[in-house]
Ligand binder design. Structure first.
Ligand SMILES: [Zn+2]
Length: 316
C-alpha cells in the first residue's frame, strides 16, 4: 500500500481563482474528495491536506506530506486567465526536479485529457512552494480554467471521470495496477472481511471472506437491506440483491441517532465507497459526516440523512 497526499488547493479565506460565485477552492475540494475515494477503493492510503473549507498555509501542506512519508504528492487546482478563451488542462512540476516527476505529471495529464473535454496544454515547470518543499515526487494539476465557461461545464460533467483519471495517473506513476471494477480493495481489508463474515452470519450470504468488495458482496448488502425492510417495515420485497425501483421506494430514511442493522448496511456501503468509518450499526456524528460528504460529491442535497437517493448512489 502506498501513501498519497492529496492537496486541495486554497481554502477558507483563500478562495483561489474566482469566476462570479464559483470559487476555485470548492472545485479543488470536490475533485480531491473523489480522487481520495477512488484511491482508497484501489487499496491505497490517502492523506488529505484538507477535507473541509479551511485555510492551510502552503508550507504546512508540504509538512503534512513529509511527516506522512508520502510516496506521491498531488496538488489539485484550477487555472484562471484574464482572457476567458484560455482553456485546457496542464500539470506542473518543480524546476529541476528529477525526470521521473515529468513522467508522473505526464501520466496524470494524459489520463485527464483522455477522459474528455479538456485540451492538453502540456507539462510545465515552475518554482512553487508546495512542489519545492515536498520531499515526495510532487505534481500540481490545473484541471481546466475556471475563467472559461466550457472548461467549467466539462469539469462539472466529467468530474467523476477526471477523478478516476487522476487516480489512474497516480497508480501508473507508482507502478500499481488500476482495477476498473471500482478496485474492490478497501484500505482496511480486515474490516472488509469482518463485514463479509457479518453478512454471512446474519443473512446467510455465503460470501468467501476475502476482504474484496466485488459484485457478490454488493449484492449481499442489497439483500441485507431488503431483508431489514421486510422485517421492520413489512416491505414485502423479494430479497434478490438487486436495488431496483421497488427497493428504492421501500427505503426509509436513516438519520443520526438510529441504531439498527440498516445503519450497519449503510456504514458498510460508505466504507466500501472509500470512507474510513466504524461499522457498528450506530448512526453517530462520524456516519452523518460521511453521508454528508458523500452526498456533496454525488450532487445530492447534503442533509446528512441517508434516504432512497443516497442508497441508490451508494449501490452504484
Ligand atoms: Zn489554485
Amino acid at each position: 500500500m502506498k501513501t498519497i497526499v492529496l492537496d486541495a488547493g486554497h481554502g477558507g479565506y483563500d478562495y483561489g481563482a474566482v469566476n462570479g460565485t464559483r470559487y476555485e477552492k470548492d472545485d479543488n475540494l470536490r475533485l480531491a474528495r473523489l480522487v481520495a475515494a477512488d484511491l482508497r477503493r484501489q487499496g491505497q492510503k490517502v492523506v488529505m491536506t484538507r477535507d473541509s473549507d479551511i485555510f492551510i498555509p502552503l508550507l504546512e501542506r508540504s509538512i503534512i506530506s513529509n511527516n506522512n512519508n508520502a510516496d506521491m504528492f498531488v496538488s489539485l487546482h484550477r487555472n484562471a486567465f484574464i482572457n476567458p478563451n484560455a482553456n485546457g488542462a496542464e500539470t506542473y512540476i518543480q524546476i529541476n526536479s528529477p525526470p521521473q516527476n515529468t513522467r508522473y505529471a505526464e501520466n496524470i495529464l494524459n489520463e485527464i485529457v483522455k477522459a474528455g473535454g479538456l485540451v492538453n496544454r502540456g507539462v510545465k515547470s515552475n518554482n512553487l512552494s508546495v512542489l519545492r518543499n515536498t520531499r515526495a515526487p510532487a505534481v500540481l494539476v490545473e484541471t481546466g480554467f475556471i475563467s472559461n465557461a466550457q472548461d467549467n461545464a466539462d469539469f462539472d460533467a466529467h468530474i467523476d471521470a477526471y477523478a478516476a483519471a487522476v487516480t489512474r495517473g497516480i497508480l501508473q506513476s507508482l507502478g500499481l495496477p488500476y482495477n476498473p471494477n471500482g478496485g474492490g480493495y478497501p484500505a482496511n481489508r480486515e474490516l472488509a472481511a469482518k463485514i463479509q463474515r457479518g453478512l454471512n452470519q446474519t443473512y446467510n450470504a455465503g460470501l468467501s471472506v476475502d476482504g474484496i468488495y466485488g459484485a457478490k458482496t454488493k449484492r449481499a448488502l442489497v439483500r441485507a437491506l431488503q431483508t431489514e425492510l421486510n422485517e421492520v417495515y413489512n416491505a414485502r420485497l423479494s430479497a434478490d440483491g438487486i436495488f431496483g425501483a421497488k427497493t428504492k421506494n421501500a427505503v426509509r430514511p436513516l438519520k443520526r441517532g438510529a441504531k439498527n442493522n440498516s445503519v450497519y448496511v449503510l456504514q458498510a456501503l460508505l466504507f466500501f465507497n472509500g470512507y474510513n468509518i466504524s461499522v457498528d450499526g450506530v448512526y453517530g456524528a462520524e456516519t452523518e459526516n460521511a453521508v454528508r460528504v458523500f452526498q456533496q460529491t454525488r450532487k445530492l442535497s447534503a442533509d446528512g440523512i441517508a434516504g432512497a437517493n443516497t442508497f441508490e448512489e451508494l449501490f452504484k
